[in-house]
Design a protein. Structure first.
Length: 97
């Protein structure tokens, strides 16, 4: 049960962080928000719901999501940095820090 709760909490945290930063970027860059709105309207018209195939047609949406996630990582700690000690992986020395 503890592991399951950990997975669920982790999924919530990353989803929350991703959504937060996407809304932040939409608010900070109104020209991006408008371009995205126009593309969504072009694909959906006045309808409020989209099918998966329609959502895939909104190419700017995917580009926006990817750029938002690239700009602000969804994981709160950079796990690619080794703070503790020098290590060797596949013959490559990776210094701490």
């Amino acid at each position: 049960i503890s592991t399951t709760c950990g997975f669920l909490n982790g999924a919530y945290d990353t989803t929350h962080a991703t959504t937060f930063w996407m809304f932040y970027h939409l608010a900070k860059f109104p020209e991006v928000q408008e371009k995205l709105r126009l593309e969504i309207f072009k694909v959906l018209g006045s309808r409020k719901e989209a099918s998966i195939s329609e959502a895939r047609q909104i190419e700017y949406l995917e580009a926006f999501i990817r750029e938002s996630m690239r700009y602000k990582a969804t994981v709160p700690v950079n796990q690619r940095i080794n703070y503790e000690e020098d290590i060797t992986v596949g013959g490559w020395k990776i210094p701490k820090g």
